[in-house]
Design a protein around this ligand. Sequence first.
Ligand code: ZN
Length: 231
Amino acid sequence: MNLARQLYQLQELDLEIESDERALEQVTGQIGESQAVVKAKAQLESEQQRLEELKHQQHTAEWEIDDITGKIAAAEEKLFSGQVKNPKELASLQQDVDMLKTQCNRLEEKALEIIDQVEQSEAAVAGITAELKTMTADWQRQQKQLAEEMARLKAVLADLKQKWQRLSQEIKPETVEFYQQLRERKGTAVARVEQGICRGCRISLPTTDLQRARGNNLVQCSSCGRILFLA
Ligand SMILES: [Zn+2]
């Protein structure tokens, strides 16, 4: 095989390896914990804590209402029992009952407000839980796809590198080294020649260069220095 063609093929492999390595790097970067899932979990935890606190407040308010209801019942029983006959004492008892009832009303209002907040918090917890479930499922699906893509790219790269090894062994080591140095310097080491033009620098090549490039010797473009390859 023509040496320039071999080097051109080596370059094609190098370009593919480079592009797949970039893809692999990108895929690897995406593997790991999802920030959105982490954030939603923290949100859920804080809402659950709030709900627990609200429920505690609700129970306390209910207990206080029970307590005061008992006190009202006892005071009213005394008031209507007929045992207290002194008008001053009766008026004082009535005042106590009225005061307790006002307190009870205030407590009931407060309890209703807390129950409203409990319901809102329960809805929030349910909402975040559902969202988290969907997010986690999406994330797991995505991670599975990424892992598959990673395995595929690794296999492709192993195959390409093997091909590169095989091909480079058919070429003299110093020529491979020359190619690699040129590639490092220029980005591409081998330039196709199309219609007498070097595709590396787009210059029209002199006929002598074209004739020499048809042979089996490596010919470099007199303008950009790349190895000329006549397809
Ligand atoms: Zn050139």
